[in-house]
Design a protein around this ligand. Structure first.
Ligand code: FEC
Length: 310
């Protein structure tokens, strides 16, 4: 095979152990330690989720391996070598770049395991990677988003179709589909951030492909800070729908690509509990995890972006 190209695969990151939650939370809060109450609250959310305490770690490991396989099977002319770089946990984004440098890599592509661009999400991952790569003289290019890739839309549409089946064929048209993503502070709007529009574009593409008219978009997992976050929040939307006599709701968290706290707790425990209280039948689409169509989406996006380097 030909030349070696590094691929920095970036993801949010999760604690390595119960003892590590405080350091993780402090990193998310840009160096501000959480109060004992806040730490206790987050710890109990991790304890409550099914599928292991920190499922995001294994899921990210598997996705990185899946992308490595997809790239290797699709390209003989270039040897792509994947490195992991996490935003808030070890191995940090900077560690991934350092490992690339240690392997003698001089060219790289960066991609985040989240499909939609925001300055506060993808933008900040890419900025950190770009700065570290510059220190090592690695020339890098970055994928900004892949929210309309046909294979991603197909994978998500298949999941929506499958989950709709859980309500019974006769009820399909009465199901309200809620596409959701992580909320961000409203101030992103002032900067013309593409995040909300990209999320609507993904939602529309899935709805069109599945022939769904009965859908809307909702935000989830907003932080508890003094500044306003993008709304409406999914819990408020569920309350409104129950008042409007909607009985069946399917949530499709398009902003997330694997099973982790924001899906397994915020949707499967918190939203599910509310739904039960207010008489809604709530289902959720399965996460992408290592779905082959998703792995191919990532591989295609990396290949296309690599073209920018050469
Ligand atoms: O399973 C896990 O261990 C981690 C799950 C997890 C994912 C995730 C994804 C996103 N976040 C985004 C933005 C913010 C902003 C703040 C913020 C705070 C938290 C906290 C936890 C947490 N996030 Fe997260 N996020 C995950 C977990 N996130 C835990 C801290 C406690 C809490 O607020 O619940 C607010 C920071 C601040 O205080 O200043 C902003 C965005 C994504 C989706 C894109 C991506 O994956 O990068 C955006 C997964």
């Amino acid at each position: 095979s030909g030349k070696k190209v590094g691929v920095l695969v970036m993801s949010y990151g999760t604690p390595q152990s119960m003892e590590d939650i405080e350091a993780y939370y402090t990193h998310i809060r840009r160096g501000n330690k959480p109060s004992p109450e806040q730490l206790h609250e987050l710890t109990s959310r991790y304890e409550a989720i099914v599928g292991g305490v920190f499922p995001l770690r294994e899921n990210t490991d598997n996705q990185v391996a899946g992308l490595q396989n997809a790239l290797a099977s699709e390209h003989d002319d270039v040897e792509f070598v994947c490195f992991q770089g996490l935003k808030h946990a070890y191995p940090f984004i900077e560690d991934g770049i350092e490992q690339m440098a240690q392997c003698g890599i001089t060219e790289g592509v960066g991609i985040v395991l989240a499909p939609h661009y925001s300055t506060m999400s993808i933008g900040s991952y890419n900025k950190r990677a770009r700065e570290k790569a510059a220190e090592y003289g690695i020339s890098m290019t970055f994928v900004d988003s892949y929210h309309l890739h046909p294979k991603l839309i197909q994978a998500l549409t298949e999941r929506v179709e499958r989950a709709l089946g859980k309500f019974g064929e006769e009820n399909r048209s009465s199901v309200r589909v809620l596409f959701s993503a992580h909320s961000l502070p409203e101030k992103i709007l002032e900067l013309g951030d593409p995040y909300p529009e990209q999320l609507l574009e993904t939602s529309r593409a899935i709805a069109d492909k599945a022939g769904i008219e009965n859908w809307q978009f909702a935000w989830q997992s907003a932080g508890q800070t003094a500044t306003p976050w993008l709304g409406p929040d999914i819990l408020d939307v569920l309350r409104t729908l129950a008042k409007e006599d909607v009985k069946r709701v399917l949530v499709c968290p398009i902003g997330f690509v694997s099973d982790h706290l924001e899906v397994l707790y915020d949707l499967d425990i918190e939203a599910q509990q509310l739904a039960k209280e207010i008489g809604l039948h709530l289902e959720r689409t399965d996460s992408l995890n290592t779905d082959q169509l998703y792995m191919q989406t990532l591989s295609d996006a990396v290949w296309k972006q690599y073209g920018e380097l050469t």
